[in-house]
Design a protein around this ligand. Structure first.
Ligand SMILES: Nc1ncnc2c1ncn2[C@@H]1O[C@H](COP(=O)(O)OP(=O)(O)OP(=O)(O)O)[C@@H](O)[C@H]1O
Length: 243
């Protein structure tokens, strides 16, 4: 049941200032093990900054970050990755000049060798809907396929927690839906997920809980049904063109 276990990720009173700009404002956030959680909010609300604080790309001005009950506030990104946090950024970080298969091989060879490596490449190609693209150069994939390859690379280390920054940006509705199914399948294997997302249809598809950020602070939290029924949330999106 959500809320009773030690959170996989927790922030306590997290603050970030950029000069005079208070970009993260006393954020108390918890992600329970096994949860799919979406972080939404208008442009400039501070979603990416909160993400970067969780990853160790920015250091907070105040507050604490915990992973599985242990403090990681001052840890560099590589140490957080070693604990089991993996990330997929908006801009694909794939090797465009290499074949799709080879991209996966590079990501997987830290963990697997020989027959096991080969079998896992095949399994991932199937899982990512990239089986027929296996021998194409990664740079020749469609935008959506590149995002899927990046998801495959992000999960190749078997993370406990997957952080996704707008995973469906620029995707067609079909690709977006397929991405949702992929994330749900990973979640069914035990991966906890936190996704920054603008596409509300996608949020509705995957999120078990939603946090709304506004001016760097937690503005609302709940199920997607509670969030879409909240007039205060609708009001902060007015004029921004979201559905
Ligand atoms: N490195 C930085 N230095 C100074 N200001 C920054 C920096 N990074 C972000 N900001 C500012 O912090 C605020 C929040 O930015 P952030 O990118 O976290 O918002 P966001 O919710 O992710 O927005 P979007 O939905 O547009 O991606 C913005 O006003 C932005 O200009």
């Amino acid at each position: 049941m959500l809320g009773l276990e030690t959170p996989i990720l927790e922030t306590q009173g997290l603050d970030k200032w950029f000069g005079g700009l208070h970009v993260t404002n006393q954020v108390n956030f918890r992600l329970d093990p096994g949860e799919i959680h979406c972080l939404i909010g208008p442009n400039g609300a501070g979603k990416s900054t909160l993400f970067k604080l969780m990853l160790g790309e920015h250091m907070p001005s105040a507050g604490r970050i915990m992973f599985e009950g242990e403090e990681i506030t001052a840890e560099p990104s590589f140490a957080r990755i070693r604990r089991g946090i993996s990330v997929k950024f908006q801009v694909p970080g794939i090797f465009k000049e290499l074949r799709v298969r080879h991209n996966l091989e590079i990501a997987l060879q830290k963990r697997l060798k020989g027959d096991e490596l080969d079998a896992e490449i095949e399994r991932l190609l199937e899982f990512l809907n990239l089986y027929e693209q296996a021998d194409k150069l990664a740079g020749a994939l469609s935008h959506g396929q590149k995002q899927w390859l990046e998801i495959g690379m992000a999960v190749s280390l078997r993370p406990k927690l997957l952080l996704l920054d707008e995973p469906t940006a620029g995707m067609t509705p079909d690709e977006t839906h397929a991405t949702g199914e992929m994330i749900q399948a990973l979640n069914a294997e035990g991966v906890s997920v936190l996704a920054v997302e603008h596409d509300m249809a996608f949020v509705r598809q995957i999120a078990q809980r939603v946090t709304v950020l506004h001016f760097g602070a937690v503005f609302a939290q709940g199920t997607i049904e509670e969030i879409v029924a909240d007039d205060r949330v609708a009001a902060i999106y007015l004029g921004q063109g979201y559905d």
